[in-house]
Design a protein around this ligand. Structure first.
Ligand code: F0G
Length: 434
């Protein structure tokens, strides 16, 4: 059986050729996923091959996505793959963050080390490869900023035309600047992420533009390699927990799919648990998991300073729900103050990240307090975006000017004010000796 698209809904499971340009099941409207038979080679042999490829200078082997291509075999040929050497992100121990969150130890998998500064690059190299295979010339996405930066870079590198839709005034300048610099046609629309996604889906169909939001199942395949690389870096010892922020829930879907496949195929002997953390002002998935009887209810006016996860109607929630259940996972929500403080603590570790990423540490802190996560647990938290994505937020926090969307002042509990001094050695010396 070659690679296929299958409907994710268990009641349907319809199958379609891998080259069909569809984002939902044409029969039932369900989400789609890429399915293949397990790799022909045994896990031990593949683990050796993947390790050996790390020393190669070949572009495909230098990619932290395509190095693991046996796990994502949807292409017949790799000749047109465009890689910016995505992935290859470090595992960083963070003792200060661990003690802040009530853990003995904590490791960050920092996806902000990617070429465009976020985990989106892992998925985008795959989405763009599929666009090329399908003969598409234009690609589009709506984005809270990182997807657009990543799509703009990979599409331009591949000679495609990127068209980016963003909620006007609601993404950080760092991310908007990237879309402009990488040459995307950039449309700032007066609506929120969820509303624009519906718009972009209509326009993509009408104009024959390839849609590269995370509803695109090939993006999900690429994001699986974040987990594969992390396990490779840990010599295939699975952690107890993998913690990540939840917005549109594509990454939760990707991580869960990777873990299930690796477990079923014998790469790992047990499943880590997923902990998905949402911002309290944009937490429909948290609400669903807490009160399943109410069913999924979108948040009509999501709001958080962590603009990357300011999403009220995440498309991938059915997949994410299955992955949380399969991994015996949990979902937590955190306040603006908790995110801001956690972010500053991650900064003090010399690591740093963007606000959405810091929801992980804030969430872990709550989970250890409630007893859901043991202090001795082996935990990997995924930092999804680079510190420099949103410097405005950082400056405001440290100078005591950051306000939550409802106007509440955020206390700079870990604030670090810059000091203005005259050009005078004595005065500066006195200041430093105080
Ligand atoms: N962290 C960062 C830095 C993000 O940019 C996003 C999503 C998430 C977490 C949440 O990931 O959607 O897979 O649950 N950003 C998207 C974008 C929506 O448009 O860049 P998710």
């Amino acid at each position: 059986m070659p690679a296929e698209l299958t409907c994710f809904d268990d009641r349907c499971r319809a199958r379609f050729p891998i080259t069909e340009v569809i984002y939902n099941c044409p029969r039932c409207g369900g989400l789609l996923e890429v399915a293949y038979p397990p790799p022909a080679a045994a896990p031990a042999a593949l683990k050796r091959t993947w390790r050996e490829r790390r020393v190669s200078n070949a572009p495909l082997e230098q990619s932290g996505v395509w190095r693991y291509r046996e796990i994502i075999p949807f292409l017949e040929s790799f000749a047109r793959v465009v890689t910016l050497r995505e992935g290859n992100t470090p595992l960083l121990p963070a003792p200060q963050a661990a003690s802040y969150a009530g853990l003995d130890a904590l490791t960050f998998k920092h996806q902000g080390f990617n070429p465009t500064g976020s985990f989106k690059d892992n998925g985008m190299t795959c989405g763009v490869a599929q666009a090329l295979r399908l003969g598409m010339s234009r690609v589009a996405c709506v984005s809270t900023g990182n997807t657009s930066a990543s799509m703009a870079a990979y599409a331009s590198a591949a000679g495609l035309d990127p068209i980016v839709f963003i909620p006007h005034g609601n993404i950080s300048y760092g991310k908007l600047a990237q879309a402009l610099e990488y040459g995307a046609t950039t449309l700032q629309v007066e609506a929120n992420f969820d509303q624009i996604l519906a718009l972009v889906r209509t326009l993509s169909e009408r104009l024959g533009i390839y849609l590269l939001n995370s509803i695109n199942p090939f993006r999900i395949e690429g994001q699986k390699t974040i987990i594969v690389e992390m396990l490779d870096q840990r010599d295939w010892n699975p952690p107890d927990w993998i913690v990540l922020p939840g917005g549109n829930l594509g990454n939760t879907s990707a991580f869960g799919k990777a873990l299930r496949e690796l477990h079923t195929q014998g790469f790992i002997s047990r499943m880590p648990r997923l902990a998905v953390i949402q911002a309290a002002g944009a937490a429909p998935f948290y609400d669903l998991v807490r009160t399943p009887a109410r069913g999924f209810r979108a948040v009509e006016h999501p709001d958080t300073l962590a603009t990357a996860i300011k999403i009220g109607d995440p498309v991938s929630w059915p997949k994410a729900l299955r992955e949380v259940a399969c991994s015996d996972g949990v979902v937590e929500k955190v306040s603006e103050q908790e995110i801001a403080d956690a972010k500053a603590v991650i900064g003090r570790c010399g690591i740093g990240c963007e606000p959405a990423s810091a929801a992980t540490l804030a969430g872990i802190r709550k989970l250890t307090v409630s007893g859901a996560m043991a202090s001795h647990a082996d935990v990997v938290a995924v930092l999804t975006g680079n510190l420099l994505k949103d410097p405005d937020y950082i400056y405001r926090y440290h100078t005591g000017k950051l306000e939550a969307p409802d106007g509440t002042a955020i206390q700079p509990r870990f604030g670090n004010q810059p000091t203005v001094l005259p050009n005078d050695a004595d005065r500066i010396a006195a200041f430093l000796q105080r």
